[in-house]
Design a protein around this ligand. Structure first.
Ligand code: 4NP
Length: 155
């Protein structure tokens, strides 16, 4: 399985999602390729936000090696599933994918927890440590659901 996490900056939310899922997949013994990208090019080459790094580290997950990159339409083919954090990310991925767009691969990550509710992971960019922890907790539960549904499908 190749899974891509997408947000706007690839600096706050999707790096956390990538780190959390990579940790859970490794612990579950799944040899998955997990990556993240931003719809914007604002933070290309930058490490994750210091509060994303600190929040992940407080849960034993090191995301400091990650570097920001922008989503490309080739990602649509390289990945089996693409999880976006909010509706704006969804429409941007759709626009940027152009002719490569595949609706069956892309969904809001919180649909894993709340199907049909179109809930979003809030952008913590102007927030505090508490906001990053809130994002972490949402992503942690969503990634648990992803691991569990995959395990159930493959037993
Ligand atoms: P992210 O958060 O999409 O979770 O990485 C943001 C990061 C940067 C900006 C906005 C959101 N920005 O405007 O630079």
């Amino acid at each position: 399985m190749n899974i891509l996490m997408v947000c706007l900056g690839n600096i706050c939310r999707s790096p956390l999602a990538e780190g959390i899922l990579a940790d859970k997949a490794a612990k579950a013994g799944f040899n998955w390729l997990i990556d993240s990208a931003g719809t914007s090019g604002y933070h290309i080459g930058e490490p994750p936000h210091v509060l994303s790094r600190q929040t992940a580290a407080s849960h034993g997950i090191d995301i400091s090696h990650q570097r920001g990159r922008q989503f490309t339409k080739e990602d649509m083919q390289r990945f089996n599933r693409i999880f976006v954090m909010d509706e704006e990310n969804f429409w941007e991925v759709r626009r940027m994918a152009g002719s490569e767009w595949d609706e069956t691969k892309v969904s809001l990550i919180l649909e894993l927890l709340y199907p049909g509710e179109k809930r979003e992971v809030p952008d913590p960019w102007y927030g505090t440590q508490k906001d990053f922890q809130f994002v972490y907790d949402l992503l942690d539960k969503a990634c648990d659901a992803l691991i569990n549904s995959f395990a159930a499908e493959n037993t």
